[in-house]
Ligand binder design. Structure first.
Ligand SMILES: *Cc1c(COP(=O)(O)O)cnc(C)c1O
Length: 378
């Protein structure tokens, strides 16, 4: 089967216990926080990550990511930080890609030192840099690809192989790609995390996170998760399950729109650099093509020659917003949002200029998006 062809079916059907009472077509909401402890199997409780709606989402995500099991969290950062602390302890060292999502970077920089965990940041586009940073106490490698906001590409297979050679755990933030476009477990990564607030929710109306892995690694994350307690409530789980049923359709449309927009922006005289891994001149294009069989994603960024804020203010259809991954197109200035706390030198190093705007492409008619961009640029 071609990549993703079974995903359409899995996105609709995987992990649904169904409605045995009324024979309805969808999974009901099971809001109970109290369950019979004499019942079959382990006792269910929301902070045990094992209630019916939590399991429905976890099983659907495990199916979409080709993992054995998953845990659903109350935010992306809860999934990421819980995964870190499941595998790291005092005295350990981790190697992380340097252009991480700002929230992840801040959390690592503030929390790791408190627990005596050391880390090194390396250039994600150079797999050998990960190997060079490995120390005797290194336990884990963490990557994020495509990265935020300039969509750099990390060679997942190469990093996975280095980690296997040195017996290290690998964790990836797969938020930007979504499970539709990229499945890192197939490429040798141990744990796939998502900010489900983005493409998984997909409608800019909920906050959640997911970690997908083998059964054994999921159990290890669970051992920390039920202590840290970042579980998700039944109602939001049900919304996530509902959202996942259309993730393939949404992301395919976003892929298609983003590619057309990147090509269009590239030819516009008022636009400088365009960053999109689907463009043949993107430095990571060849690797992206190999590791993102479903498509290059709905995120792109570009430089506006002139005043980027005037341009954003003139947009009518495309909304200015901090988050991403929704069905509606949104735009933001990384300098004012995700990268505001970084020094100008640090920003320059990763190509985050004052003129850069990050675009989360929605599912609208692409001609309407082009028209909106055109009127705001002229
Ligand atoms: C939003 C985001 C996160 C954090 O997720 P929350 O749901 O806000 O906790 C992590 N990584 C990436 C790439 C994100 O975009």
């Amino acid at each position: 089967m071609a990549h993703g062809s079974s995903k359409l079916t899995q996105s609709v059907h995987a992990g649904s216990p169904g409605d045995s009472l009324h024979k309805g077509t969808v999974n009901p909401i099971f809001p109970a926080s109290a369950y019979d402890y004499e019942g079959p199997g382990e006792t269910q409780y929301p902070r045990y990550f094992n209630t019916p709606n939590q399991r429905a989402v976890a099983q659907k995500m495990a199916a979409l990511e080709n993992g054995e099991d998953a845990l659903v969290f109350s935010s992306g950062l809860a999934a990421i930080m819980t995964s870190f602390f499941a595998f790291l302890k005092q005295g350990d060292h981790a190697v992380l890609q340097n252009d991480l999502y700002g929230g992840t970077f801040n959390a690592v920089a503030v929390e790791f030192p408190k627990f005596g965990i050391d880390f090194t940041l390396v250039d994600g586009t150079k797999p050998e840099a990960f190997e060079q940073a490995i120390q005797p106490n290194t336990k884990l490698i963490y990557i994020e690809t495509p990265s935020n906001p300039t969509l750099t590409i990390t060679d997942i297979k190469a990093v996975g192989a280095i980690a296997k050679k040195h017996n290290l755990i690998t964790i990836i933030d797969n938020t930007f790609a979504s499970p539709v476009n990229q499945n890192p477990i197939d490429l040798g990564i141990d744990v796939v995390t998502h900010s489900g607030t983005k493409y998984i929710g997909g409608h800019s109306d909920l906050c959640c996170g997911v970690a997908v892995a083998s059964a054994a690694h999921t159990k290890q994350i669970w051992n920390s998760a039920f202590h840290f307690g970042g579980s998700l409530d039944a109602h939001t789980c049900w919304m996530v399950e509902r959202s996942l049923k259309t993730i393939v359709l949404r992301v395919r449309q976003q892929n298609e729109n983003a590619l057309k927009l990147a090509q269009w922006l590239k030819t516009h005289k008022k636009i400088g650099k365009v960053y999109y891994p689907g463009l043949p001149d993107h430095p990571g294009h060849t690797i992206a093509k190999a590791q993102m069989p479903g498509g290059f994603g709905g995120m792109l960024s570009f430089e506006v020659l002139g005043d980027p804020h005037g341009f954003m203010n003139r947009l009518k259809l495309i909304k200015r917003a901090l988050s991403l991954g929704g069905v509606e197109s949104t735009i933001c200035s990384p300098v004012k949002t995700s990268h505001a706390k970084m020094s100008a030198e640090e920003r320059a190093r990763i190509n985050v200029t004052d003129n850069l705007v990050r675009f989360s492409v929605g599912i609208e008619e692409v001609e309407d998006l082009i028209q909106d961009l055109e009127q705001a640029l002229s």
